[in-house]
Design a protein around this ligand. Structure first.
Ligand code: SAM
Length: 346
């Protein structure tokens, strides 16, 4: 007898629940100007942070509802002790086909091997500049060399589908597009340029600093020659391109060409608040359910009901704002740290 495939759980726009980003900490050891520009932050209370057992349980419920890919993030996920043991716990769930990590890379060299052995499938490292002094100035981090070592260690540990995320900001790193691609090619990593987004945390955002996908393509074409789009999954956030020399790269055009229509992602913060959109105002408090002893059936119902009612299309709504500026000012972020990108997990 064949078992029927489970019916996908769909929201009001018929988008399935498929991807989950799990932020394991809101802490970060970098202060990138587009994400955490302030001196101090309101942190999530320590006792509210989910244990690995709680994370694994709730991810299991998500998996039963159709989530098959999970990305661990933060904050900086590698600041959380023994992340590999969470990876090992999640790896046991055969419904999760894709288990990935987004990291700033500063601590990756010491953890890559263990993460790989624990069953982590893919790693994305954020690196916006090849100039250590720019990193120092822009992200208040003197750890450029460690990030590069982290990328190399990940390759050595056997992570083959390595990616590098570079947020492109006018006047900061927009003169490094070709150099970042050359670096990615040399290191065996695919670069993905990300348009600078006006997410919570980006209090210094302005439209003028956004380098659009079209501009990135034009600027690269002027020095690198023909650039061919690679046909692929139209639902994927990154559009991929190939240079004449064969280098493949991606662009995530969340600002100028949002992909809300295909967004199957949601985000679990380190304290168990579940956001159905990066721009969403309110999250669902799953920690409260978990800690008051809710059964898996109750958790399943809460998640399924919220997803079925989902109407979010935050990036498209932002695109329609005429005088677009930062989404939140610092007071708004201090009033509720769940609005921060570093809390929601990028
Ligand atoms: N600490 C990890 C890292 O650096 O990759 C994970 C968290 S970070 C918030 C995840 C991703 O979000 C990074 O690739 C970062 O560049 C991106 N990000 C943060 N703020 C952004 C913004 N305003 N616009 C676009 N991407 C942003």
């Amino acid at each position: 007898m064949t078992v029927p495939a489970p019916t996908p759980l769909l929201d009001t726009f018929r988008r399935p629940l498929a991807s989950l980003r799990v932020s394991v900490t809101d802490r970060c050891n970098m202060r990138c100007r587009y994400c955490m520009p302030e001196e101090d932050y309101v942190w999530l209370p320590r006792e509210s942070i989910l244990t690995y057992e709680e994370i694994a349980r709730v991810v299991g419920v998500f998996a039963s509802l159709g989530v098959d890919n999970v990305r661990l993030t933060g904050g900086e996920a590698l600041l959380r002790q023994d992340l590999a043991s969470l990876v090992a716990m999640l790896r046991r769930d055969s419904r999760l086909h894709d288990l990935a990590l987004t990291t700033n890379g500063t601590l990756l060299a010491e953890h890559a091997e263990r993460l790989r052995r624990a069953g982590l499938g893919r790693v994305t490292v954020s690196l916006d500049t090849l100039h250590p002094e720019r990193l120092e100035q822009f992200s208040r981090s003197g750890r450029h060399a460690e990030i590069v070592q982290g990328i190399r260690a990940a390759r050595r540990a056997g992570f083959e589908q390595l990616k590098i995320n570079s947020v492109v900001i006018r006047g900061y790193n927009d003169d490094e597009l070709a150099d970042l691609l050359a670096f990615g090619r040399a290191e065996g990593a695919e670069v993905r340029f990300i348009e600078y987004m006006d997410v919570g945390g980006a209090t210094q955002w302005s439209a003028e600093q956004v380098v659009s996908r079209d501009e990135i393509i034009q600027r690269l074409a002027s020095t690198q020659g023909a650039i061919d789009p690679i046909p692929g999954d139209a639902r994927a956030p990154a559009t991929r391109f190939r240079l004449a020399d064969g280098t493949i790269f991606g662009i995530i055009a969340s600002v100028t060409a949002p992909f809300c229509w295909s967004c199957d992602r949601s985000r679990l913060t380190a304290d168990g608040t579940w956001f159905l959109c990066l721009y969403g105002e309110q999250g669902v408090d799953l920690r409260e359910l978990l800690r008051r002893g809710a059964s898996d059936a109750e958790l399943t119902t809460a998640i399924a009901e919220a997803w079925r009612a989902r109407t979010d299309r935050g990036a498209e709504q932002r695109l329609a704002v005429a005088e677009r500026g930062a989404l939140y000012q610092i007071d708004g972020l201090r009033a509720d740290p769940h609005r921060e990108m570093h809390t929601r997990g990028g």
